[in-house]
Structures are given as C-alpha cells and as structure tokens.
Design a binder for this molecule. Structure first.
Ligand SMILES: Cc1ncc(COP(=O)(O)O)c(C=O)c1O
Length: 469
C-alpha cells in the first residue's frame, strides 16, 4: 500500500523560536485568543517577545531585562530556569527515563507523593497528581464530597473566591464573568470570606453541608487573608458538624507566605488541600491534591472505588515529577521559605512607607511573605473632569483603575512587571520569585516611588499617551 499522507505546512521548533512580534500577534489573533490581545495592547505587553528568562528577570528581543514581580501569579517560587532544576531534567532526558505512568508503578510519582506527605502536617498523607490547579481542586472537592457521604452533598464556598475554570470548581468560583451562562453544579452555598458567624449559621441551619472550600489567602480576590482565630474556629466548627475543610493552596502554597502552607500560620490542618503553580518549579505543569488518609480511604480506598478518580493520563508523568521533586529540595536547601518571610516583611514595610508618602494614591498594603497586595484609591469618580473623557475611551475594566495605568508604566518606563487581580481592579498583586533579594525589592520600590511621584494626573496622561504611540 502506498503512503498518501502528505505533511501539512507545519512550523518547526526553530521556526517557533524565530517568530517575530508581528507574526506572533497574527497567530495569537487567528488561533489563540483575539480578545486577550486587546488587554495586552492596553498594558503594552504585546510589544515584548521574551527570548530568555533567568532568575528574577525576563530578557526581551532587544536585550532589555524585565524584573519579574508578577511571578506567574505565584508559579515561580524558584525563579526562572533554576540551574538545579534544569540539570535534573537534562539528566532525566539523557538517561531516557519513562514518562507515562499508567501501566506500571512510577518511582517518580511515588517519591513525589512521599515528599508531599513528609512536608504536609497531620495525616495529610494521600496524594493525587494532576497537571493544573483546577485539576487538583477538582480532585480535592470530589474526594471530600465522597468522604462526606450521602446526604452531606452541599458545598460551602466564599465570596470573591477563585478555584479554577473547569466546570466543577467554576461552581465554587465567585465571578459572574467566569461563570458566564454555564449550567453549574447546584449543591453550593456562598458565604462572605473570613466571616465565621456566617459559616456557623450555615452549618447549624443545614445538616446537608458536608464540605467547605476556601483559599487560605484569596489571590484573585485581591490578596485577602483571615486572622488565625478564624481558621482555628473554622477547624472547631468543622469538627463539631462533621464538615470537611478543603484548603485551596494553589496560589498561596509552596512557601509563598513564609510557611510551606499558608494555613500553618494558624496552627491548624485542613482535611484536604491542593497545590499547583510553584509545585512545577517554574518548568512544568504539576498539580497535587493531598488528603487526610482516612478521608481518602473512605472515598477511594477499596479496589472497587480505586479508579473512580484516578489515575489521569498525565498524572505523575515522569519528568514533571522529578522537576517537582528537585524543586521541593531546592526550596528547602536554599531556605526560600524563610527568605519569603524575611523579604516579604521588608517589602511590606517599604510599601507602608510609600503609603505614608502617598496617602491620596495608596489606600492599603497587605499580605504575608511574598504574596502582597497594593490597593490604590478608587479615583473613578474623582478624576479631574478634563481627563474623564480621555479615560472613558479605555476599556471598561481599566477605566478609573490606577493599577492598570501604574502596571503599564512600570513596564514601559522602569522595566518592572507586576500583576493585576481578577475581581478588584484597584489592586496590584506582587508575587515575585522567592529567590528575591533586598536589592530587587529596592529596585521595585524606587521605581514605584518615582512613578507615583509624578502624581495621578501625570500618570493617567502618560498612560493615555502610551496608547496612541
Ligand atoms: C487559588 C487558585 N486555585 C485554583 C487555580 C486554578 O489553577 P490553574 O490555572 O492551574 O488551573 C488558581 C489559578 O490561578 C488559583 O489561584
């Protein structure tokens, strides 16, 4: 039989690396996400092609170095391309190790699970491996729902929460935009974040509640935490009412707040937790659900129930596991969790100093470790009349939000990248790699100081000017 399949016109790896900004823009528009380009243009992100990335910096097509205080929303605890992680991956490839771990047991998945159990307090011992935060959270909610048992199928979640965009956890994500017009699961109850009375009332009123799902620090909500007393009382209430507590540590875990898990600050342990982002050491897609042993065993512990939620095709894939294993070792060997606490305290104190200097611009600074929120005053109503028409041509989401203007100008004029929050447009999220040193914070703070020193009107004008260039 003659072969008749002709190869389509495919780009090769070298072609991909060599794409210029204009070609990238075209391909992004035609095949990825044309709407997203709009935001990239507003923020000036569309002018940058990252060529390389190392440590705290990106380097673009013109050799310009950009200081990364965005940190992939907390995915880059070790910074970009940590040499030990690169070396471990290279060795793994050179030795032609196996990847897909469905038929045989995987020594890499087993070792990663052991490490996670070792790190996790209490009897958080049982691990499910996946490839994203959403997948880890889906696994977390499912294991808890099954363990809670029949008649306890209702799930409590918080206002301003973000747990992912797959359908199950989207039902626990408090965003009208993301929820769109999807038909979501209906066994949910929403409470204000950090409000123990609402939780107590809900538990007392509805014996069908079996699970509560909370980010320990809300990331997309604008870096919002709760006092240790809240978590301690939550633990007590969960025990009293037989409710399982799922802690979403996808963004705030892996040392981000100065402890491996943010819930450790309160000295309490949830029943189930989930990690992703920095678990991949900045090089791979890795998510993990970690459950209390008895919770896991109740849900999936028998041969008849073992395959209900697992394994996933790419769960525990070899190179991803050894990347995470090396990443966790680096995190402790380089004392990055302590560094996060130390540098985070310094960053917060420096931002508080700027808040004292610019009280009319900065409304609040908050956070723990290197998970810091910088909230600007809402000036959508107070902007001088002369500037309102100019700003009103901008996108609905950025209008009146100083954080968009500040972020765009920090990149354009100071080579610093920061992140925004999904739900509170007045908040900038600072989640630099945990390898961050004092000099990086000084660079960031002096850039912000210089920019804010221009005053709000000049900032808005400069931003608008950048749009017409
Ligand atoms: C707290 C939290 N949970 C879950 C997710 C979903 O993770 P992923 O985007 O990897 O699916 C995110 C992502 O930002 C997150 O911040």
């Amino acid at each position: 039989m003659s072969v008749s399949t002709t190869k389509p016109s495919l780009l090769g790896v070298e072609d991909a690396k060599a794409l210029g900004i204009e070609q990238m823009t075209m391909l992004f528009r035609d095949h990825l996400n044309p709407g997203q380009l709009h935001f990239m243009k507003l923020l000036g992100f569309n002018k940058i092609k990252v060529e390389t990335a190392e440590g705290m910096y990106y380097t673009d097509q013109n050799g310009r170095k950009i200081l990364d205080f965005f940190g992939g929303f907390g995915s880059l605890a070790l910074g970009h391309n940590h040499p030990r992680v690169l070396e471990a991956r290279k060795r793994f490839q050179d030795e032609k190790r196996h990847e897909i771990a469905i038929a045989f047991m995987s020594q890499y998945a087993a070792a990663l699970a052991k490490n996670l159990a070792e790190i996790s307090p209490g009897s958080l011992d049982m691990v499910f491996l996946g490839s994203s935060g959403s997948e880890a959270m889906e696994a977390a909610v499912k294991v808890a729902e099954r363990a809670a048992g029949p008649g306890r199928h209702k799930v409590v979640y918080a206002e301003n929460s973000f747990h992912g965009k797959t359908k199950g956890v989207l039902s626990l994500t408090d965003s009208p935009l993301y929820r769109g017009q999807f038909r979501l699961v209906e066994n949910t109850i929403r409470v204000p974040f950090g409000d123990i009375d609402s939780i107590r009332n809900a538990f007392e009123a509805d014996p069908q509640i079996g699970v509560i799902v909370l980010e320990t620090v809300q990331g997309g909500g604008g870096i919002v935490g709760a006092e240790p007393a809240f978590w301690q009382e939550l633990r007590r209430l969960c025990d009293k009412h037989g409710v399982l507590w799922v802690a979403d540590e996808v963004q705030c875990g892996v040392g981000r707040t100065g402890r491996f898990y943010a819930f450790e600050h309160a000295g309490v342990v949830p029943d189930v937790t989930a990690l992703a982002k920095s678990l991949g050491a900045g090089k791979t897609a890795m998510g993990a659900m970690i459950a209390r042993r008895d919770v896991y065993m109740k849900a999936y512990g028998k041969p008849g129930t073992a395959l209900i939620h697992g394994p996933a095709t790419f769960g525990g894939i070899g190179e991803a596991c050894i990347t995470a294993i090396e990443g966790l070792n680096v995190l402790y060997d380089e004392e990055l969790i302590d560094n996060s606490a130390e540098q985070g305290a310094y960053l917060l104190s420096e931002l508080q100093r700027l808040q004292g200097k610019y009280p009319k611009i900065i409304k609040d600074v908050r956070g723990q470790g290197l998970m810091v929120g910088l909230e600007f005053q809402d000036f959508s109503q107070t902007l001088p009349a002369v500037l309102r028409p100019v700003v009103s041509v901008l996108d609905e989401k950025l209008k009146g939000s100083l954080s968009g203007f500040v972020g765009a100008l920090l990149l354009r004029d100071y080579d610093v990248l920061v992140a925004f929050t999904e739900y509170n447009r007045n908040v900038i999220r600072l989640e630099p790699p945990l390898i961050c040193r004092k000099e990086h914070i000084d660079t960031f703070v002096s850039a912000l100081d210089s920019l804010l020193g221009r005053g709000v009107i000049a900032i808005v004008r400069d931003f608008v000017a950048s749009q017409v260039k």
